[in-house]
Each structure stands twice: as structure tokens, then as C-alpha cells.
Design a protein around this ligand. Structure first.
Ligand code: BGC
Length: 735
């Protein structure tokens, strides 16, 4: 349709029809007439209101959606097609590593490819929009949703945010393309900074911190053309995001230039009553539309009250028209007015879902996301050495290696660790479960509360002990249960279940050659695990090809290259912890001399156990000192910083070369280090390459004392190295 045709359509719609476009319900609500939870359950929607609803979430499948679309369009006076949305977070059926793991690849290319594959599968299943990417910066691993984020760094998150959007929507953003879906950035804004890591809690951040650290990732996605944005559940400086005019109209639309559709998070409009921000659902509806929420996800605020608010003159109809125009424009750009079903042929789905190409990508992507935290000359294992190997742990045969958003997935399509290892070697290897995944009596939110059988538990442990004793080496597959990370899975103890720690301690008494393969959705407190293991490989939640990817890394067919994008604390009590912090007036003394009155703790080291950017390889990369093209940078002229990186080990491998800047003094204090650029380089043994970075004036900018985004003259330090604690430094003056 042309713009004029869309405008004509809008002009012809009744107020009720327009409001219907602004309401999203679950498919069950639509088909069963109101089987819902949360605030929606309290009122229920009438037949007529349901017939006008403009979008649903959480339903897929060409046949089902075809029927829903046809039924709904028949009922609608203007036969407007609906939008189908869903959380396709790290893959649709082919599951890729969780976003936190994807971040550790430092590879926008791979993120884009995986998002494109996910879009292809999702679109083939009839979906139009995915509620991804999640771009909340995270600094506190107690929050269960850190697994959905790409980590603690504003620059990296922004680069990866762009990559997700390009992958879902395509570089040209042609949403009529049958292999694309529209992306929805979330959760705007700063959901990741919830107090104490408690989900849904208040967020209190200065405007400077918001703009400097939290907004860049969302802005990256907007600049990449992201078509939708979702508000966050939290209050931001005491105002719920779904009622925050400054946030949605000024920052998102006016400053960032977002032109797409804003949707609330699940029931977040009506939750403004609970927050104590709105008197009732009616006031919540008024506040949300004034703030700029176009679609109310599953609450009854818009469908119950918006039309009345317009009729009584409390809300200008212009606001409704603007919102509906944005929704119609998205439908039009997706091509739904011409091809109301877009892709609705199940043969398409059969071709792409879990196809060879996607599985191959999932395997490579997973392997690239694993982070090797420790390796005392044990990895890679030698396939030909004929060493007796025991593979022990509750993750050995676990099929659910996905993140918490991969609920519709057919687990039996997953490659387990056991299968992955057997695909490589068939002799001298034995397997044992060792223990239950969860402790006895774990909370009932867990999907899979195993019937705890004491006798069985003892048998497993005995078998594992015997196996460990008879073997030369042990691969121990441990970790958090899937349900321990994700929405509403905030934790105060960042440990793995005690039953698994007990297994580790028991096995260690029998055999010290332990390689721990750690499954997790967040950074954990792993001092003891690291002490008792000769190697620790963090594999996050690796997805469909997890077992193959793990075996690839363990046996050296692939070399670890992942780098942490969230610091691993020594202790949970250090949280929040992140690398780009300030020096303070009394910096912690790194020389080892005891200084009493300095920043830190008296009972724990101030630094993380493993910092941002950290990750070992099977080879060693040697860095030369930094060469600067000039030690003076002026005006808009950039300078070049270069290093020689040499592979001095015996295996070809990939390194992520990281460049950090420090603005030594400014009109407001600046972080000790900020990541400004990175480059991935693959080097053969003995090969070296010069890695050149351009340092631009733009990289020096920050929100100064007057909140202007500018650079300031002064001294700068540039660091180039293998992680955020690199000491490889050069200095320049900017004037
Ligand atoms: C989550 C969102 C998600 C939405 C729809 C909410 O609970 O916070 O991230 O997109 O549900 O499933």
C-alpha cells in the first residue's frame, strides 16, 4: 500500500478498530476467549474486542497461524492482517548459544549469521516479529537475565546489537523478504541495572551513566534500523518505563531517531498501578499512550479504557492515530496487506529448520563462544593417546542444553556431550551421571524436579568414583540447572548445586586430572571449582550442537577463542563488578604492599577472578609494544595505534585483540579503561601480523560536566592486549 492508502485506511477506521490494533493478546486468549494469567485475567475481553485485536504473541506454525489469520481478518471490518510475534532469542529450532555466550565470540559476523538463520526458521513458521535483541547492559550476575544480554560493555553491546538487527531484518531491512522477521530491541531502558540483581526492581542511575553506558546498545540497534522497541518492567529513577515520556518520546524517538513501533513488556502498562504510578488501569492507559507506548502487551489497560479516554477528551485521538499509523506501516512493510500470510507453506519450514547449514553454524558458533578459564597442560586431550577417560556428571547425557527462552524446542534433536565425544572416539572412554542435577528439595519452580532416590544417588556416586579411580583423566560436566538462570531467576549464591560440588570433591580425591566443563547462564563464583580442576572450560548453554562443539574443543579440533564479556567475581559479595570502573581517590594497591585506607575489601581481593575480555587459547599470543603514529592528536585528525601479534605456540588459533582507552583526567572522572575497538585475527604457528587501529576523536567523547557529548584536551592512555587487564600501554596528548 502507498502511504496515502494507509492514511485513507486509518481515516476510515472506527476508534474501536484503532484501539484494537494497539492491543496484543496471547493466541489462547484469541482462540479460547480469555484463558490468560496476570492482570488480563481479572477483566477478560469481550467477543467484539477480541475480534479487533491487531497482534498475538507466542504462537507459531504455518497451519495454525493461517487459520487464526483468516478467522480474524474475516471478523475485522477492514480485514487488517494481524502481526505474529514471539521470543526467538537464540535460535528458533536450531538453538545457538545464549546471548551472553554469543557476546564472548566478539564476532558481529557470527551473531548476524545466527540471527539470520533464526529469522529464516521463525519466518518459515509464520512469525513476523521476534522480541530480540535484548540489549540491557549487565553488571550484576545475581540477575537471572544476564544470560539474555551480551554483557557489561557499552561498545561491544552496541556492535552486537547492530549485528542482531541486521541478521533478523537483513542489511537492506526489506521485511517483505520471506526469510526475514522484524527485530524488537528490549528492554528500554536499563532493565539490567535492577537493584540487588532482583528482577523487576527499581533502577536508580544518573542521566550521565544512562547515556554513557546503558543507552549505546539500544541506540546501535535503532541506527541499524530496528523496527520495534519494548519497554522495560522496571522503574527508572522512580518512573516506570511504560509511563516515561522523557525516555520514550525524547530519548528514543527525538534523540535516537526511532520511528518504529513501541510495545510494552508483558502487562507492564497495567503494572503501573502496582508500582504506585497510576491510580487504576484507566490512568495507566492514559500515561502509557502519552509516554508513547503503541501496543499494550496483554494487559487490559488499552482495550478496556483507551476508547473511553479519547471519547471523554482525556486523551487526544491524534496520539492513537500516530500509534496506529506506525503499526499499519510495519504491517505494510512486512508485505502483509498483499500477502496476508507471508510465509505459510510448511514445506518451507521443513527445508530450513535444523538444516545442515544451520547445524554447522550452531556447532562453530558454540565452539567459538566457550571460554577457557584455566588450563594446566591438560587440554587439548589427545585422541590417539589411548588414555582411559571418564566422562562424569549430570550434564553428560542432558538433552536440554538451551537457554530459558528455548521452550518449544525438540530436545531430542540436541547433541549431548556423550554423543559428541562418541562421535570422535569410541574406545577408552566411559560415562557416568555421578549425581542428580539439582539438590534434593530444590524449589518447585523447576520444571524437572527429579524424584530424589537416595539409593540411586549413592549408586551413581559409587560408579563415578570407581570410574575416576580407574581412569587417567576425568571430564566433569557440571553446572547450573537451566531454570537457575532466566527471567525471575535472581540468585544470592552464584554456585552450582551442592550435590554437584560434592561430586567434584569426591572425584578429586580419586583423580586430580580433572577437566571441568561448566554449563551456566551467568558468571559463577568458581574459586573452588578452579582449584580442584586442571582445566575449566565455560560452555554456557551451548544449544543444539553443544555436545559436538564441546568435543571439538576438548579434543583440539577447534581451539578456544571465547573471551568473557562479564567479569567472573571471586565472591558474590563483590557484585556489581565490571572492568570499566573508576580509579577512586584511593586506588587499590596493585603492587602487593599493604595499604590500609584504600578502595576494596579487608577480607577479599578487590578484583574479579577472571576479568572482562579474558579467555585462554591452546596457543600463546605474543604482543609487541604499541607503536603510535603520533603522540599528539589534534582536532578531528585521528592517529594510528599498532601492535605485532605473534602466535608462538604450536596450533593455529584465533585471538581477539582488544583496544582500550583511558582519558586520564576530565571535567568529570573517566573509567580506568573503556573498550573502543577489537579485531579478530587467526594466526598459524609462528605467524605474526600487524594489527592497526585508528583512534578517532569520536572515541574520546563523553558526557562532560555540562552534559555535552564532547572530547576534552588532555592526556590519554591506550592499551592493546589480550584482555581488559593488559598492561601494554602507550600515551598520547589530545589538543
Ligand atoms: C519478558 C520479555 C518477553 C515477553 C514476551 C516478558 O516476560 O520480559 O522479554 O519478550 O515476556 O514473552
Amino acid at each position: 500500500m502507498t502511504k496515502q492508502e494507509l492514511e485513507n485506511l486509518l481515516a476510515d477506521m472506527s476508534l474501536e478498530e484503532k484501539v484494537g490494533q494497539m492491543v496484543q493478546v496471547t493466541a489462547d486468549t484469541l482462540t479460547l476467549g480469555g484463558l490468560v494469567t496476570g492482570p488480563t485475567a481479572m477483566t477478560g475481553l469481550g467477543e467484539e474486542q477480541l475480534s479487533l485485536v491487531g497482534s498475538i504473541l507466542g504462537k507459531d506454525g504455518p497451519e495454525d497461524l493461517k487459520k487464526i489469520q483468516e478467522d480474524q481478518m474475516k471478523k475485522q471490518p477492514h480485514h487488517i492482517p494481524m502481526l505474529f510475534m514471539k521470543d526467538v532469542i537464540n535460535g528458533y529450532e536450531t538453538i545457538f548459544p545464549i546471548p551472553l555466550a554469543q557476546g564472548c565470540t566478539f564476532s558481529p559476523e557470527m551473531v548476524e549469521k545466527a540471527a539470520a538463520a533464526a529469522a529464516k526458521e521463525a519466518a518459515a513458521m509464520g512469525l513476523h516479529v521476534t522480541f530480540s535483541p535484548m540489549l540491557d547492559l549487565v553488571r550484576d550476575a545475581r540477575w537471572g537475565r544476564v544470560m539474555e544480554s551480551t554483557g557489561e560493555d557499552p561498545y561491544l553491546n552496541s556492535e552486537l546489537g547492530k549485528a542482531f538487527v541486521k541478521g533478523y531484518q537483513g542489511v537492506t531491512c526489506d521485511l517483505k523478504d520471506k526469510s526475514r522477521v522484524a527485530a524488537c530491541l528490549k528492554h528500554f531502558a536499563a532493565y539490567g541495572a535492577c537493584e540487588g540483581g532482583r528482577d523487576y526492581d527499581n533502577v536508580e542511575l544518573s542521566e550521565r551513566t544512562l547515556r554513557e553506558d546503558y543507552f549505546p546498545a539500544y541506540e546501535g540497534a535503532v541506527k541499524a534500523g530496528c523496527r520495534m522497541a519494548m519497554t522495560s518492567f522496571n522503574t527508572l529513577n522512580r518512573v516506570p518505563s511504560s509511563g516515561n515520556k522523557w525516555l520514550l518520546r525524547k530519548v528514543l524517538r527525538d534523540e535516537m531517531g526511532f520511528e518504529g513501533v513501541v510495545i510494552s513488556d508483558w502487562a507492564a502498562v497495567e503494572e503501573m498501578v502496582c508500582h504506585g504510578f497510576a491510580k487504576d488501569a484507566k490512568e495507566a492507559a492514559r500515561l502509557a499512550i502519552e509516554a508513547g507506548v503503541d501496543i499494550d502487551m496483554v494487559s487490559t489497560a488499552y482495550c478496556g479504557h483507551l476508547a473511553d479516554l479519547v471519547r471523554s477528551g482525556e486523551v487526544e485521538e491524534r496520539l492513537v492515530d500516530e500509534a496506529v499509523m506506525r503499526i499499519l506501516t510495519l504491517k505494510n512493510d512486512l508485505g502483509l496487506f498483499e500477502n496476508t500470510l507471508k510465509v505459510m507453506d510448511s514445506s518451507e519450514a521443513d527445508k530450513v529448520i535444523l538444516c545442515e547449514e544451520h547445524r554447522k553454524l550452531a556447532r562453530e558458533f558454540a565452539a567459538a563462544s566457550f571460554v577457557l578459564l584455566k588450563n594446566e597442560n591438560i587440554l587439548p586431550l589427545d585422541k590417539k593417546a589411548e588414555k582411559e577417560t571418564a566422562v562424569i556428571g549430570p550434564y553428560v547425557e542432558e538433552l536440554n542444553l538451551h537457554g530459558s527462552w528455548s521452550f518449544p524446542v525438540q530436545n531430542e534433536k540436541t547433541v549431548t556431550v556423550k554423543q559428541g565425544i562418541l562421535n570422535k572416539i569410541s574406545e577408552h572412554v566411559r560415562f557416568s551421571k555421578g549425581c542428580y542435577l539439582m539438590d534434593q528439595g530444590c524449589p518447585d519452580r523447576f520444571e524437572k524436579v527429579e524424584d530424589y532416590d537416595e539409593i540411586q544417588a549413592r549408586e551413581w556416586l559409587e560408579e563415578a568414583k570407581m570410574l575416576a579411580e580407574k581412569s587417567d583423566q576425568v571430564i566433569l560436566c557440571l553446572g547450573e540447572a537451566k531454570e537457575q538462570s532466566g527471567e525471575s531467576a535472581s540468585r544470592t549464591k552464584l554456585s552450582i548445586p551442592e550435590v554437584q560440588m560434592n561430586l567434584l570433591r569426591t572425584i578429586h580425591k580419586k583423580n586430580e586430572n580433572i577437566v571441568t566443563v561448566l554449563f551456566t547462564g551467568r558468571p559463577l563464583e568458581i574459586q573452588e571449582i578452579a582449584e580442584l580442576s586442571r582445566a575449566v572450560l565455560v560452555v554456557w548453554r551451548p544449544g543444539t550442537e553443544g555436545g559436538n562443539a564441546i568435543a571439538d574443543i576438548l579434543y583440539g579440533d577447534s581451539v578456544p577463542q571465547g573471551k568473557l564479556t562479564m567479569s567472573f567475581p571471586r565472591s558474590t559479595a563483590q557484585l556489581p563488578i565490571y572492568y570499566n570502573r573508576f580509579n577512586t581517590g584511593r586506588p587499590n594497591n596493585e603492587t602487593g604492599t599493604k595499604i590500609v585506607y584504600c578502595n576494596g575489601y579487608i577480607d577479599e581481593n578487590r578484583y574479579p577472578l577472571y576479568p572482562f575480555g579474558y579467555g585462554l587459547s591452546y596457543t600463546t599470543f605474543e604482543y609487541s609494544a604499541i607503536t603510535l603514529s603520533s603522540h599528539r592528536m589534534t582536532g578531528q585528525k585521528s592517529i594510528k595505534a599498532s601492535v605485532m601479534v605473534k602466535n608462538i605456540g604450536s596450533m593455529a588459533a584465533t585471538e581477539t585483540v582488544q583496544l582500550y582507552l583511558r582519558d586520564v583526567y576530565g571535567s568529570v572522572v573517566r573509567p580506568m579503561k573503556s573498550l573502543k575497538a577489537f579485531k579478530k585475527v587467526t594466526l598459524q604457528p609462528n605467524e605474526s601480523k600487524e594489527i592497526v587501529f585508528e583512534i578517532t576523536e569520536e572515541m574520546l567523547r563523553f558526557y562532560n560536566a555540562d552534559m555535552e557529548y564532547q572530547s576534552e584536551a588532555g592526556s590519554f592512555e591506550v592499551y592493546i592486549g589480550t584482555d581488559s587487564e593488559t598492561k601494554n600501554k602507550a600515551e598520547f596528548e589530545y589538543c
